[in-house]
Design a protein around this ligand. Sequence first.
Ligand code: GLA
Length: 455
Amino acid sequence: MASCERGRVGESLCAPAAAMGMVVPSALAVAVAVAMALALPSVALENGLARTPPMGWLAWERFRCNVDCRADPHNCISERLFFEMADRLAEDGWRELGYQYINIDDCWSAKQRDAMGRLVPDPERFPSGIKALADYVHAKGLKLGIYGDLGKYTCGGYPGTTLDYVKQDAQTFAEWGVDMLKLDGCYSSEEQQAKGYPEMARALNATGRPIVYSCSWPAYQGGLPPKVNYTILAENCNLWRNYDDIQDSWDSVLSILDWFFTNQDVLQPAAGPGHWNDPDMLIIGNFGLSYEQSRSQMALWTVMAAPLLMSTDLRSISPSAKEILQNRLMIQINQDPLGIQGRRIVKEKSHIEVFLRPLSQAASALVFFSRRTDMPFCYTTSLAKLHFPEDAVYEVQDVYSRKIISGLKAGDNFSVVINPSGVVMWHLRPTTLPVQPWHVVRQQAHSEGLHPVLL
Ligand code: GLA
């Protein structure tokens, strides 16, 4: 555990948390959240896919719509990029950790459909065709994702999938051996989207090929009810982009975080096995994030039960970025089988925030996040103050430092030192029986097919 200078568990040198203006969820907020969760029907797109958040690599944030292969053959959107990235995923330890999908984004296709009306890849940049790429990827034990757009054009101006092409395009993707489809929403109306997204879900199912379905639908409707119906989304899509595109900057990461956690009462119950909120790609390994910020993105995406889709150059990634992305305990938490999305449970006046994700077997993950811009901050609290059951005892492991604290009692004060724009992340396992009531409630809710919420 990180602890303040000379501080130890139960013997903190910092000011008590109560003096820092801790905000915890009120009983009313909790009751409302429970009621909302119980009101949600348990129906979901039961295509058996994405039981845990999908993991892999997606071209867009890092490689965009760079189609100039003459000037930039190493980085342009071409089969070479995907062959090379597949090699890296298979050879550098990614695949074994669960990073399975290698996903093409926009700008892969020719500017026109062929004479039969089929989508075709750009012949110069993908001379072997998508089927050959899929075969190559599959031979490496990986899966291939592709990008389409429910509209006249893709966002990059390539041929889109208007309603009359939905079935044909689903069939084409299936014939090519595609394993995931990201269906964007540029150049389509609200009505076309309301019709087209469910239609594509049916068309994909009708192909008989298991294809994970990622919908950008809510992102085009503001991401919130009443325009967005999360029950309908979960019935149709395995994951969905709710909000703006991520860019290579900390500001962008923060704006995404703010939106997701400000709206957590709506978004958190919508996620679960087979249906996930997608706050967009991991930009770790690129240019916009410091080391601390990279660790924060990884921890916070994990607490959100977000898909882990890296968008970085795996051919030249730094050892430190790789270490963050390949943190085993982090991935285990992200992939927890219960699939409960975490929530922000504390927002301090000191600009420290605490997030909690409940995990299977009554374990949980805590993230202590600092929005401060001065210096490492010594934050003192106790598990009881974070609403853990009073009589419980925990074994804690720091997810990044791997240090273990045994015998942490809920009532013990402890301190963590959190760097500016950084996190401390803990994995907690109760060592006392019986399983505490707040976990039992969630797990019962889960086994009844309901969306459990954090109490
Ligand atoms: C939209 C999507 C991005 C990316 C681009 C491609 O902006 O949200 O993720 O797919 O289109 O043009």
